[in-house]
Design a protein around this ligand. Structure first.
Ligand code: PEP
Length: 254
């Protein structure tokens, strides 16, 4: 595939997999995807499996992600995990602002920006999630929603930090529903996002930022989605929980 930006495909395991199950899954991915060099591969297990999964992927082409982190560095924040703790397990990426966290934990764009800046300060790459709801899309507000989320969640970033950020466009109506955005819908949203990034930073920076698509990505739709000019990878939920489906998504994307 002829794109300047290297594809990045990440599995968001959400609140799934015991440690033993996580090890089985990642060992299978290691085996099946050992020769893949064309795509950056990331798995984001729950916190409880990070320690074992990082050991399992040592010397492999799979990198570790976390599903969230605190905006704070140490202290009295019961139940939270900070960047330095993730670094202990060689975590490289952290998913921030997933729509489930925006919905259930009421995470705001401002909180997400603070978390992302804390991630950058620790040299973790944030995967910042944005996406409109079905009502917002039907009401013709998609672009306004995406622009507000982008400007808010990326507030205070330098151009260098922006380049090291991955944006995940995840239309809320496509997450876990089996309904995927059409390739045209995905490409046009991604192109819009890149235009907003250019206005936040500049054209050259925007051209270097990787924008993942997320929302019911599966083996059967991965190739078409990944071939779109502004789609630079995928954030995969349900289909990342099985060796076969995640492997096929990656192989079909190359
Ligand atoms: C997600 O939650 O990031 C996601 C894209 O989920 P799914 O692939 O299951 O739609």
């Amino acid at each position: 595939m002829n794109k300047d930006r290297k594809l990045i495909i990440a599995g968001n395991w959400k609140m799934n997999k015991t440690v033993a199950e996580a090890i089985d899954l990642v060992n299978g991915l290691k085996r099946e995807l050992a020769t893949v060099k064309e795509v950056d591969l990331v798995v984001a297990p729950p916190f409880t499996a990070l320690s074992e999964v990082t050991r399992a992927i040592l010397d492999s082409n799979i990198r570790l992600g976390a599903q969230n982190m605190s905006e704070h560095n140490f202290g009295a924040y019961t139940g939270e995990i900070c960047a330095a703790m993730l670094k202990e397990f060689s975590v490289r990426y952290v998913i921030l602002g997933h729509s489930e966290r925006r919905q259930y934990q009421k995470e705001s764009n401002e909180t997400i920006a603070r978390k992302a800046l804390a991630a950058h300060a620790a040299s973790l790459k944030p995967i910042v999630c944005i996406g409109e709801s079905l009502d917002e899309r039907k009401g013709g507000q998609m672009e306004q929603v995406l622009e507000t989320q982008l400007r808010g969640s990326l507030a205070g970033f330098s151009n260098d930090q922006l380049e090291e950020t991955i944006i995940a466009y995840e239309p809320v109506w496509a997450i876990g529903t089996g309904v995927t955005a059409t390739t045209e819908q995905a490409q046009s949203a991604h192109a819009f996002i890149r235009r907003v990034l250019a206005s936040i930073a500049d054209e050259a920076t925007a051209r270097r930022v990787r924008i993942q698509y997320g929302g019911s990505v599966k083996p059967s739709n991965a190739r078409e989605l990944m071939s779109q000019p502004d789609v630079d990878g995928a954030l995969v939920g349900g289909a990342s929980l099985e060796i076969r489906s995640f492997t096929e998504i990656v192989k079909n994307s190359i």
